[in-house]
Design a protein around this ligand. Sequence first.
Ligand code: PLP
Length: 221
Amino acid sequence: MATAVGEVRAAITAACSRAGRAPDDVLLVAVSKFQPDELVRAAAACGLRDFGENRAQALDARAVDLGDVPGLRWHAVGPLQRNKARIVAARAACFHALDRVEVADAVAERRREHDPLAVYVQVNIAAEPTKAGVAPADLGPLLDAVRARPALDLVGLMAMPPPVRVADDNRRHFAALRELGLAHGVRGLSMGTTDDFEVAIEEGATAVRIGRRLFGDRPPV
Ligand SMILES: *Cc1c(COP(=O)(O)O)cnc(C)c1O
C-alpha cells in the first residue's frame, strides 16, 4: 500500500510540475468501493484522509466501520437517489455527483443542521446516453439552484468520461469541463481516475478520484 500511495503521489506531483501547478492544488480522493476495510485502514495509515464510495449505503457502512480512525473525510462519488439523500447529508464531507435539482433539494433539506456540504455538479461531458450528469446546455439553471441553497457549497464540476485505451483520448473532455467551469465561474474540477488522472491534472483537475491504482483491482462482487 505504501508503495502504491507513494507512486500515485509522485505521479500527481510530476503532472502538476508539467502543468506549472502546485501539487497541493490537487486533492487525492482514494476510491475504496468494494475493497476490504483492511486496505482502507492501510491507506489511512499511509496518510490518506479522503476516501470515496460510489454507493450511499456503502459509504454509510464504511464510515461506521472506520469510525475509530480520526480525521477521515468521506466523498460520495456516485449518482444518488433522492431516498438516500439522508445518508450523504449525514456522512459525507463532499458530494461529487449532483446532477438534478430534486437531489439538490433532498440533500440540502437534510443538511441544515451541519456545515454546508461541498458539492460538485456532474456533467455528462462526452454526451453518453447511459451516463449520469447534466447536459452542458442545462448546467446554468442547476448551478443557480445549488448556489441558492445555503446548505450546499458549490465547489466545482465533475465528469467521468468513457474508459479509453489511451489516456490522451480523454484530454478533450477534460479541457471541455475546464472551459465549462470558466464559463460558469466555478473553479473546482473533479476529474481523472486510475486510467487518466495525469492527463486530467494537466488539464486542470483539482480533485482526482483514484481506486485501482491504489488498492489494486476490485474484488469480484
Ligand atoms: C470507481 C470510480 C472511480 C475510480 O475508478 P478507478 O478506475 O478505480 O480509479 C472514480 N470515480 C467514480 C465516480 C467511480 O465510480
